[in-house]
Design a protein around this ligand. Sequence first.
Ligand code: KG4
Ligand code: ZN
Length: 346
Amino acid sequence: MKMIKNTLFTKTPVSIGPQSGYDNYIMAIESSCDETACSIVKNGREVISNVVASQIKTHEKYGGVIPEIAAREHLESINVVIDQAFKQAGMTPEQITAFAGTVGPGLVGCLLVGLNAAKTLALVHDKPFIGVNHLNAHLCANYIDTDLKPPYIALLVSGGHTQIIDVKSYSEQEIIGETIDDAVGEAYDKVARLIGLPYPGGPILDKLAKEGNPHAFKLPEAKVEGYNFSFSGLKTAVLRLVKSFEGKELPVNDICASFQECVSSTLFKKVKKALEQSGYKQVVIAGGVAANSEIRRKIFSLENEGYSVNAPAMKYCTDNAAMVASCAYFNTNTFDDVDVEVFSRA
Ligand code: KG4
Ligand code: ZN
């Protein structure tokens, strides 16, 4: 439980979290990249409303997210998503226990829009403000609609991050491994671009991989120490493979399947090793790439070995605000200061 007294007029601190002794309704805002999202979550696990305005259509034509354009679109959508989140829940600001917003990591201009909206709501309605780390929020997506409790091993795979985390308690996490170059999502998007697929390439590559032979091409698995990863060599290998087909028809599905096999088996091996060393019996996956069918299949196969496996519902894997609200509730390691500044890197 945390006691927050950053409200404007109220002198007594407000208690937030599982031990607060009453129902917490947290409204959160997420705007770190190309989704403007607002959600109200009861006691960290029950989603009362969840609104996401995606900008994928806008950025598709550029083949990636353009920060300036993304920030402008957040400005246009922010009031609409907040309004819809209240309407969907049938709630008023007075009924909200605290307002939360993503502080970072993310695109600074984008973060500013959502964070300032969350701070303003808190100040105007005299409620506590809670600033949340986006990566912690991705992990907390696993608490939605479940009764998951730490400790567990988490595989966090998103557009910007690839980490294996030892989650010791709701607030105590140790990153035991991470990528030394490209993130998994970044590798998916880059390889997708190499073979001519539109942005964001991850979901399309995943779909095409199902039609291909995962053993058609032997792609190199990087040998990196401990729980760390490297995906840039794999990306170069795909580039060479694509070039070798110049003038011939590219076996797109087989390349997708072979790439997906290489990535998912690397992730699987390291997660399994982390589980064995930690002695934990629970594992979760989180982040946008946790929506990947083959990564999910491999990690869920650990159930056959006696592990309990959890992955968020698809809509809570990619960026959303419900996970931010859940993090504001469970994690005491938050930025509970209305003066907190946005940050771009973890
Ligand atoms: O977590 P997220 O929504 O945003 C970040 O915080 O980065 O993750 C977005 C990433 C993109 O790189 C996208 O291509 C990837 O997640 N992604 C996938 C799949 N769905 C989304 N990658 C592989 N397979 C998928 N099914
Ligand atoms: Zn994210």
